[in-house]
Design a protein around this ligand. Structure first.
Ligand code: GRF
Length: 230
């Protein structure tokens, strides 16, 4: 199965996916492209340095709009969809992706609209996103800081992270993997953030495997052991 990963920053979640390729956590899955909306994203370096190295591409929004007067953000989203869907992936993963797509991207990924006029409709490509908060808790940007702040105010007892299907409403798609992450009184936000990123690195792989409907060997043996117990 092939996977395209979209990033905007350090790519530590991308690294988790790179490391999980062809292991029991993510069997027969190959990342065939890493795309970023920022040229300086360190995740692009991680892809280039992977063994075997992974093709990369980037297209930043502002330079695109400057270079194409009259084009809009919606045109940019379609252009990104073209670059990504040209790989014909089985799954698109938004991992530390900091750009909110308009409907144009999803209409192409879902196969609702053909990539080029007159083309045959395409199979829908599932899109999943990693969000560092619990479903419906802190949708949108700065979720980590907002959760930490809410904890300091006694508004929440813990936070979490999730991998969910991408739908047009930001961070509102069906959760695939949800993991709670405790926040500890008096700790600095860095300590909470470190704990949360470790959880993200686990659930991004679990989410990708689930979205790819991969029957993982250990999952099979779990059933087996269950039967033996019986
Ligand atoms: C992560 O918390 C991710 O959820 C957020 O950006 C942070 C860094 O991700 N969107 P990465 O290291 O670039 O994967």
């Amino acid at each position: 199965r092939t996977v395209v990963v979209l990033i905007s920053g350090s790519g530590s979640n991308l690294q988790a996916l790179i490391d999980a390729q062809n292991t029991p956590a993510l069997p027969n899955a190959k990342i065939t492209l890493v795309f970023s909306n920022r040229k300086a994203a360190y995740g692009l370096t991680r892809a280039a340095q992977a063994n075997p190295s992974i093709p990369t591409a980037y297209l930043a929004l502002q330079p695109y709009l400057k270079a194409n007067p009259g084009k809009t953000r919606a045109d940019y989203d379609v252009e990104v969809a073209r670059i990504v869907l040209r790989e014909n992936p089985d799954l698109i993963v938004l991992a530390g992706w900091m750009h909110i797509f308009g409907e144009g991207f999803l209409e192409l990924a879902d196969g609702i609209k053909p990539l080029n006029e007159g083309e045959e409709p395409r199979k829908p490509v599932p899109v999943i996103n990693l969000h560092p908060a619990l479903p419906g808790a802190f949708d949108g940007a700065s979720a980590i800081e907002r959760a930490f702040d809410a904890f300091q105010k006694g508004e929440i007892a813990h936070s979490g992270a999730m991998v969910h299907r991408v739908v047009k409403d930001v961070d509102r798609g069906e959760p695939l993997i949800v993991r709670e992450v405790p926040i500890i009184k008096e700790e600095a936000i860095e300590a909470f953030e470190e704990r949360l990123h470790k959880v993200e690195h686990e659930i991004i792989v679990l989410g990708a495997a689930k979205a790819l409907d991969l029957e993982r060997p250990h999952q099979a043996c779990t059933h087996l052991s269950f039967m033996i117990d019986l």
